[in-house]
Design a binder for this molecule. Structure first.
Ligand code: S3P
Length: 171
């Protein structure tokens, strides 16, 4: 079974992915962590020193590498992965099941206010700018996120409830 979790920054992809993988006895891979390991550089440093275009290029390369080389996994993508390099089209042509963890703008804003330093796209925005940026950005990205095999609204659910829901959908 190959399960890919997609969703905006701070929608819980990594936290939920880890729990889900544990329950299903599958290996867990976090695409950002995989990139950091392969490139030997933090994501924010890659953005700063090599630029976003380079990041999107290697993000695509490593996504393909993981999907081709592993037979089963739970994989959490970065928030932007589905929106570049035809990555959703690529995923939808494979046997991967993708799940969109759909969070509201309000929830994302609240979470990102507390943990924006590691996220180069929002690190320099103040709280007010962030709310505006996220509303617009999420709207643009929804087109790609909507191409997932399944969507789950996560705002009012606990982690174990979301994990249970994904297990039912992925069967
Ligand atoms: C990004 C999200 C990040 C990381 C990079 C770009 C984005 O991943 O890949 O900072 O474009 O939304 P998380 O969603 O895990 O924060």
């Amino acid at each position: 079974m190959k399960i890919v979790l997609i969703g905006y920054m701070a929608s819980g992809k990594s936290t939920i992915g880890k729990q889900l993988a544990k329950k299903l006895y599958l290996p867990f891979i976090d695409l950002d962590a995989y990139i950091v390991e392969k490139e030997k550089m933090e994501i924010s440093t890659i953005f700063k020193e090599k630029g976003e275009i380079y990041f999107r290029l290697i993000e695509h390369k490593y996504l393909k590498e993981i999907v081709a080389s592993e037979t089963k996994f739970v994989l959490s993508l970065g928030g932007g992965t589905p929106c570049y390099a035809d990555n959703m089209k690529f995923l939808n042509e494979t046997d991967v099941i993708s799940i969109y963890l759909k969070a509201s703008i309000g929830l994302i804003v609240e979470r990102l206010k507390k943990e924006k330093s590691k996220r180069p796209l929002v690190a320099n925005l103040n709280d007010e700018e962030m709310a505006e940026f996220i509303a617009k950005h999420l709207f643009e990205r929804s087109y790609f996120y909507a191409q997932a095999t399944h969507s789950i609204a996560i705002d009012t659910k606990k982690i174990n409830e979301i994990v249970a829901e994904i297990r039912i959908l992925a069967h």
